[in-house]
Design a binder for this molecule. Structure first.
Ligand code: ATR
Length: 279
């Protein structure tokens, strides 16, 4: 019997830096699945036409990255609760002719946090979230779903933090950016959701000394893997969680949906992506 090749892709504009093909093609090869995963630059002007043509081109689904995570809402037949709550979808698939959309960044973030820091939720208190952009929306949603008592938002533009808090419940509080060092005192987890600390960007200027001694510090930036924020946390013997795990964990649900196999997040896969990031 000849197996039919299943095709998936990541769509973005630009797209050249995406590591998603490396991850999905590693899994395809590892599990001997006849299929492919490519990266395709799709100009926002052509987004609708391209999405409509995908089933005829043999695609069973796709990941979406900047700037397509919101545009898909107008085209999808079914948007699930998580994607509609946070206002962004990164994974799509066709089922019986219907286009479905979800967001796997939330589960990617939470799964990675639980695996990398199994004790992170043993403490009462708050989680400090730095930033209030698209990434923060998903992360705040995941934290609230996990039952945290308080999410304390620190964003350079306070109004944007307030806007974000209005999407959620009273557990989300907004603080002044200038108070980010002092107002960490009763927090046991801190998450950087901004691009500060990424290669080519300035570091996140923050002093972690007020955090609890057993605090967990999470950065969603993965290039470099050891950001200045994580370096500061490690020096203080705090538990650190880097951004690569989230990238790997957000990829897994899409792969499962398209190719019918739940992939492993293994040390080999991580090493492969690390070597690509540092080459
Ligand atoms: P994403 O979807 O990746 O979260 P975004 O929506 O553009 O991207 O959000 C970027 C976040 O990084 C925002 O919280 C932004 O703060 P503002 O809302 O004040 O713009 C934050 N950010 C980016 N550059 C920053 C800087 N130099 N200092 C402080 N915060 C910064």
């Amino acid at each position: 019997m000849v197996e039919t090749s299943q095709k998936a892709a990541v769509l973005g504009w630009p797209i050249q830096h995406s590591r998603s093909p490396l991850i999905h093609n590693y899994w395809l090869k590892t599990y001997g699945i006849v299929g492919s995963y490519e990266k395709i630059a799709v100009d926002p002007k052509n987004f609708e036409t391209f999405i409509r043509s995908m089933p005829d081109l043999g695609f069973i689904g796709a990941n979406l990255t900047i700037p397509h995570k919101e545009a898909i809402f107008a085209l999808a037949d079914e948007v699930d609760h998580v994607a509609s709550t946070i206002g962004a979808a990164n994974t799509i698939w066709w089922d019986k002719g219907k286009l479905h959309a979800t967001n796997t960044d939330v589960t990617g973030f939470m799964t990675n946090l639980k695996r990398s820091a199994p004790d992170w939720d043993k403490h009462n208190g708050c989680v400090a979230v730095i930033g209030a952009g698209g990434a923060a929306r998903g992360i705040v949603y995941g934290l609230l779903q996990a039952g945290v008592e308080e999410v304390r938002i620190f964003n350079r533009t306070r109004e944007r933090g307030i806007e974000l808090s209005h999407r959620f419940d009273v557990r989300v509080k907004v603080e002044d950016w200038d108070n980010r060092n002092q107002r960490l005192a009763d927090c046991h987890t801190l998450v950087n959701t901004t691009s500060l600390g990424m290669e080519g960007n300035p570091p996140l200027d923050i002093d972690l000394t007020q955090l609890g001694q057993d605090a967990v510090v999470v950065d969603i930036v993965y290039s470099p893997l050891k950001t200045p924020l994580l370096a500061q946390a490690r020096k203080m013997d705090l538990v650190t969680v880097d951004g690569l795990g989230m990238l790997l964990h957000q990829a897994a649900p899409g792969f499962t949906k398209w190719f019918g196999r739940r992939p492993g997040i293994t040390a080999d896969l991580r090493a492969l992506v690390v070597s690509d990031l540092t080459s």
